[in-house]
Design a protein around this ligand. Structure first.
Ligand SMILES: C[S@@+](CC[C@H](N)C(=O)[O-])C[C@H]1O[C@@H](n2cnc3c(N)ncnc32)[C@H](O)[C@@H]1O
Length: 182
Protein backbone atom coordinates (compact mmCIF):
# COMPACT_ATOMS: atom_id res chain seq x y z
CA UNK A 1 0.00 0.00 0.00
CA UNK A 2 1.37 3.42 -0.94
CA UNK A 3 1.63 6.28 1.59
CA UNK A 4 0.02 6.20 5.02
CA UNK A 5 -3.20 7.25 6.67
CA UNK A 6 -4.61 8.10 10.08
CA UNK A 7 -8.21 8.10 11.28
CA UNK A 8 -9.90 10.25 13.88
CA UNK A 9 -13.17 11.48 15.22
CA UNK A 10 -14.45 14.78 16.60
CA UNK A 11 -16.65 14.89 19.69
CA UNK A 12 -17.37 11.16 19.95
CA UNK A 13 -19.86 10.38 22.72
CA UNK A 14 -20.23 6.59 22.76
CA UNK A 15 -17.43 4.31 23.88
CA UNK A 16 -18.47 1.36 21.73
CA UNK A 17 -18.38 3.56 18.59
CA UNK A 18 -14.85 4.64 19.39
CA UNK A 19 -13.82 1.03 20.07
CA UNK A 20 -15.37 -0.08 16.79
CA UNK A 21 -13.62 2.63 14.75
CA UNK A 22 -10.23 2.13 16.41
CA UNK A 23 -10.44 -1.60 15.79
CA UNK A 24 -11.27 -1.11 12.09
CA UNK A 25 -8.48 1.46 11.72
CA UNK A 26 -6.03 -1.01 13.26
CA UNK A 27 -7.25 -3.82 10.99
CA UNK A 28 -6.99 -1.69 7.84
CA UNK A 29 -3.43 -0.67 8.75
CA UNK A 30 -3.86 2.92 9.93
CA UNK A 31 -0.63 4.56 11.07
CA UNK A 32 -2.25 6.61 13.84
CA UNK A 33 -5.57 7.42 15.47
CA UNK A 34 -6.84 10.65 17.02
CA UNK A 35 -9.79 12.05 18.91
CA UNK A 36 -10.71 15.71 19.17
CA UNK A 37 -12.74 16.93 22.14
CA UNK A 38 -13.95 13.44 23.14
CA UNK A 39 -17.04 13.34 25.37
CA UNK A 40 -16.14 9.95 26.81
CA UNK A 41 -13.45 8.31 28.87
CA UNK A 42 -10.96 7.20 26.21
CA UNK A 43 -9.08 5.08 28.73
CA UNK A 44 -12.19 2.95 29.33
CA UNK A 45 -12.16 2.02 25.63
CA UNK A 46 -8.46 1.30 25.78
CA UNK A 47 -9.15 -1.40 28.37
CA UNK A 48 -11.96 -3.11 26.41
CA UNK A 49 -10.25 -3.16 23.00
CA UNK A 50 -9.27 -6.78 22.37
CA UNK A 51 -7.37 -6.13 19.13
CA UNK A 52 -4.72 -4.18 21.06
CA UNK A 53 -5.09 -1.20 18.68
CA UNK A 54 -4.00 1.23 21.38
CA UNK A 55 -0.73 -0.66 21.84
CA UNK A 56 0.08 -0.80 18.13
CA UNK A 57 -0.92 2.64 16.80
CA UNK A 58 0.04 6.08 18.08
CA UNK A 59 -3.09 7.54 19.70
CA UNK A 60 -3.56 11.31 20.05
CA UNK A 61 -6.12 13.16 22.13
CA UNK A 62 -6.50 16.83 21.14
CA UNK A 63 -8.69 19.13 23.22
CA UNK A 64 -9.46 21.46 20.31
CA UNK A 65 -9.33 21.64 16.52
CA UNK A 66 -6.75 24.38 16.90
CA UNK A 67 -4.43 22.07 18.82
CA UNK A 68 -4.47 19.30 16.21
CA UNK A 69 -0.95 18.40 15.26
CA UNK A 70 -0.89 16.31 12.08
CA UNK A 71 2.35 15.15 10.44
CA UNK A 72 3.90 17.54 7.91
CA UNK A 73 2.35 17.11 4.44
CA UNK A 74 -0.60 15.05 5.70
CA UNK A 75 -3.89 16.16 4.12
CA UNK A 76 -7.00 16.34 6.31
CA UNK A 77 -10.03 14.66 4.75
CA UNK A 78 -13.42 15.30 6.37
CA UNK A 79 -16.06 12.59 6.05
CA UNK A 80 -19.49 14.20 6.14
CA UNK A 81 -22.74 13.85 4.24
CA UNK A 82 -23.29 17.38 2.90
CA UNK A 83 -24.50 18.64 -0.47
CA UNK A 84 -21.05 20.00 -1.29
CA UNK A 85 -19.03 16.93 -0.24
CA UNK A 86 -17.15 15.03 -2.94
CA UNK A 87 -18.64 11.62 -3.66
CA UNK A 88 -16.26 8.93 -2.41
CA UNK A 89 -16.26 6.84 -5.63
CA UNK A 90 -15.03 9.93 -7.53
CA UNK A 91 -12.41 10.94 -4.95
CA UNK A 92 -8.66 10.43 -5.36
CA UNK A 93 -7.22 9.65 -1.92
CA UNK A 94 -4.14 11.67 -0.93
CA UNK A 95 -1.02 9.56 -0.44
CA UNK A 96 -0.66 10.96 3.08
CA UNK A 97 -4.07 11.45 4.66
CA UNK A 98 -5.88 11.85 7.97
CA UNK A 99 -9.60 11.05 7.81
CA UNK A 100 -11.85 12.70 10.36
CA UNK A 101 -15.42 11.72 11.21
CA UNK A 102 -18.12 13.58 13.11
CA UNK A 103 -20.02 12.86 16.34
CA UNK A 104 -22.99 10.49 16.60
CA UNK A 105 -25.52 13.24 17.23
CA UNK A 106 -24.19 15.95 14.94
CA UNK A 107 -21.89 16.82 12.07
CA UNK A 108 -18.24 17.75 11.74
CA UNK A 109 -17.94 21.27 13.17
CA UNK A 110 -17.68 24.23 10.79
CA UNK A 111 -14.25 24.86 12.31
CA UNK A 112 -12.85 21.48 11.30
CA UNK A 113 -14.56 21.52 7.89
CA UNK A 114 -12.73 24.81 7.24
CA UNK A 115 -9.45 23.11 8.13
CA UNK A 116 -10.08 20.13 5.81
CA UNK A 117 -8.30 19.89 2.48
CA UNK A 118 -11.25 17.85 1.19
CA UNK A 119 -14.66 16.79 2.48
CA UNK A 120 -16.07 13.56 1.11
CA UNK A 121 -19.33 11.65 1.43
CA UNK A 122 -20.44 8.11 0.92
CA UNK A 123 -23.38 8.51 -1.44
CA UNK A 124 -26.40 7.08 0.40
CA UNK A 125 -29.91 8.09 1.44
CA UNK A 126 -28.96 9.03 5.00
CA UNK A 127 -26.12 8.87 7.51
CA UNK A 128 -24.89 5.52 8.78
CA UNK A 129 -23.09 4.77 12.04
CA UNK A 130 -19.78 6.62 12.40
CA UNK A 131 -17.81 3.35 12.61
CA UNK A 132 -19.46 2.04 9.47
CA UNK A 133 -18.70 5.27 7.56
CA UNK A 134 -15.06 5.03 8.68
CA UNK A 135 -14.76 1.38 7.60
CA UNK A 136 -16.30 2.07 4.16
CA UNK A 137 -13.84 4.92 3.59
CA UNK A 138 -10.85 2.81 4.65
CA UNK A 139 -12.03 -0.03 2.42
CA UNK A 140 -12.29 2.39 -0.50
CA UNK A 141 -8.76 3.64 0.18
CA UNK A 142 -7.46 0.08 0.29
CA UNK A 143 -9.16 -0.68 -3.04
CA UNK A 144 -7.66 2.43 -4.67
CA UNK A 145 -4.18 2.40 -3.14
CA UNK A 146 -3.53 -1.31 -2.70
CA UNK A 147 -2.08 -3.67 -5.24
CA UNK A 148 -4.66 -6.27 -6.09
CA UNK A 149 -5.23 -8.45 -9.14
CA UNK A 150 -7.70 -7.09 -11.70
CA UNK A 151 -11.25 -8.38 -11.33
CA UNK A 152 -11.92 -10.99 -14.01
CA UNK A 153 -14.66 -10.50 -16.61
CA UNK A 154 -16.46 -13.65 -15.46
CA UNK A 155 -17.90 -13.96 -11.92
CA UNK A 156 -15.35 -15.33 -9.46
CA UNK A 157 -11.80 -14.57 -8.46
CA UNK A 158 -8.73 -14.12 -10.66
CA UNK A 159 -7.20 -17.27 -12.15
CA UNK A 160 -4.42 -18.95 -10.16
CA UNK A 161 -1.14 -19.65 -12.02
CA UNK A 162 -1.95 -23.31 -12.79
CA UNK A 163 -5.45 -22.34 -14.01
CA UNK A 164 -3.95 -19.68 -16.30
CA UNK A 165 -1.54 -22.25 -17.71
CA UNK A 166 -4.35 -24.73 -18.34
CA UNK A 167 -6.34 -22.03 -20.12
CA UNK A 168 -3.40 -21.18 -22.41
CA UNK A 169 -3.00 -24.88 -23.33
CA UNK A 170 -6.70 -25.13 -24.09
CA UNK A 171 -6.50 -22.12 -26.42
CA UNK A 172 -3.48 -23.38 -28.42
CA UNK A 173 -4.58 -25.63 -31.29
CA UNK A 174 -3.16 -29.13 -30.99
CA UNK A 175 -0.69 -30.45 -33.60
CA UNK A 176 -3.39 -32.49 -35.24
CA UNK A 177 -5.74 -29.56 -35.75
CA UNK A 178 -3.03 -27.14 -36.92
CA UNK A 179 -3.25 -26.60 -40.67
CA UNK A 180 -0.16 -27.39 -42.70
CA UNK A 181 0.79 -25.37 -45.70
CA UNK A 182 1.11 -27.33 -48.93
C1 LIG B 1 -24.32 9.02 12.54
S1 LIG B 1 -23.52 10.30 11.70
C2 LIG B 1 -24.18 11.77 12.44
C3 LIG B 1 -25.65 11.94 12.37
C4 LIG B 1 -26.09 12.84 11.28
N1 LIG B 1 -25.50 14.16 11.29
C5 LIG B 1 -27.60 12.96 11.21
O1 LIG B 1 -28.07 13.23 10.11
O2 LIG B 1 -28.29 12.75 12.18
C6 LIG B 1 -21.93 10.33 12.41
C7 LIG B 1 -20.80 10.63 11.44
O3 LIG B 1 -20.68 9.53 10.55
C8 LIG B 1 -20.17 10.00 9.30
N2 LIG B 1 -21.10 9.58 8.25
C9 LIG B 1 -22.17 8.78 8.37
N3 LIG B 1 -22.74 8.53 7.18
C10 LIG B 1 -21.99 9.20 6.25
C11 LIG B 1 -22.06 9.32 4.84
N4 LIG B 1 -22.99 8.70 4.12
N5 LIG B 1 -21.12 10.08 4.21
C12 LIG B 1 -20.16 10.68 4.93
N6 LIG B 1 -20.05 10.61 6.27
C13 LIG B 1 -20.95 9.87 6.93
C14 LIG B 1 -20.00 11.50 9.44
O4 LIG B 1 -18.68 11.76 9.80
C15 LIG B 1 -20.96 11.85 10.56
O5 LIG B 1 -20.63 13.05 11.21
Amino acid sequence: MRGYFGVGVEGISKEHNLGNLVRSAHAFGASFFFVIRPEIDVNAVRVTDTSGAFDHMPFHVWDSVENMDLPEGCQLVGIELTDESIELPSFRHPTRAAYVLGPEMGDLSAEIQEKCDHVIKIPMKFCVNVGVAGAITMYDRMMCMGRFAERPVKPGGPLRPHEKQAQTHRRRPSRKTRTTKT
